[in-house]
Write a protein that binds this ligand. Structure first.
Ligand code: IPD
Ligand code: CA
Ligand code: CA
Ligand code: CA
Length: 268
């Protein structure tokens, strides 16, 4: 079949198909009983059978279509392929919301070529919203272009964040929030790292930051935010990494960065 689609667009098309199928699966399973199958790093770090089922589905679909690709999923699948393409997958982002039937959780799929993320999709499963981006191709929700807010003042910024599962780190994260809370409009803890980034992309939040996100949490969302015009990075000029991810309107990135850097967020 002749196609005029670029390679990132072809990868995105498959990513969207598979993410939407996984999103339908997890919403359908939510109609039954959801229980904790296991705890991981700590008692607060839970996994359900549906996290695993969703990842299995995504891995099977992706590798059936592209058998030579690599695949990294949160729930343990790490397949090393030969094509230079790697799929980085969170099968349910927001497992605690999912467990409690809070209606925000997502499927997140990033696709890397030679280590660079070129396509990403985040599907808000209960809402059916689909955020997408390709490198250099802009960001979209349900096919419509999105843009960050124009906010320039920290005092008017709505800021999203999240907390990891390690108690010592949580303590520090709480202390950082204590520093911020009087300096910004308000803080949101939505519970879904990928959605936080997409919300900056479409102007529903002005800034998000979190210590301890993993590549499957930020892979797709960081591309979507950047393509929507956000400034995206870590501390002191570093790129986004598990150490720190910040996405903000261009005017807010530096002042916000300096505010949290001063709170010494890497103490634990
Ligand atoms: C978690 C969510 C949460 C963030 C945590 C993540 P999971 O992912 O993204 O918002 O604060 O750091 O681990 O475990 O629900 O996929
Ligand atoms: Ca998890
Ligand atoms: Ca996650
Ligand atoms: Ca997850």
């Amino acid at each position: 079949v002749r196609t005029s689609m670029s390679f990132p667009d072809q990868l995105l098309k498959l990513a969207v198909e598979v993410a939407e199928e996984a999103a339908r699966l997890i919403v359908e399973r939510r109609r039954g009983q959801i229980t904790v199958a296991d705890t991981k790093s700590t008692i607060t770090d839970v996994v359900t059978a549906v996290d695993r089922e969703s990842e299995e589905l995504i891995r099977a679909r992706v590798l059936a279509a592209r058998p030579d690709d690599s695949f990294l999923g949160e729930e343990g699948d790490d397949v090393n392929g030969t094509s230079g393409v790697r799929w980085v997958v969170d099968p349910i982002d927001g497992t605690v919301n999912y467990l409690y039937d809070l209606p925000t959780y997502a499927v997140s799929i990033a696709v890397e070529v030679d280590g660079e993320t070129v396509a990403g999709v985040v599907v808000d499963a209960p809402k059916g919203e689909v955020f997408t981006a390709t490198k250099g191709g802009g960001a979209f929700v349900d096919g419509k272009p999105i843009r960050v807010s124009g906010e320039t003042e920290l005092a008017k910024a709505l800021v999203g964040t999240g907390f990891g599962y390690d108690p010592a780190r949580r303590q520090v994260q709480a202390e950082v929030v204590q520093q911020l809370i009087t300096k910004v409009r308000d803080i949101r803890r939505i519970g879904v790292g990928a959605i936080d980034l997409c919300y900056v992309a479409c102007g529903r939040l002005d800034v998000v930051y979190e210590r301890g996100l993993n590549p499957w949490d930020y892979g797709a969302g960081a591309l979507i935010a950047a393509e929507a015009g956000a400034a995206v990075g870590g501390l002191n000029g570093a790129p986004v990494s598990p150490e720190m991810s910040i996405a903000a309107t261009p005017a807010l990135f530096d002042p916000f960065h300096d505010l949290i850097a001063a709170a010494n967020p890497l103490r634990a």
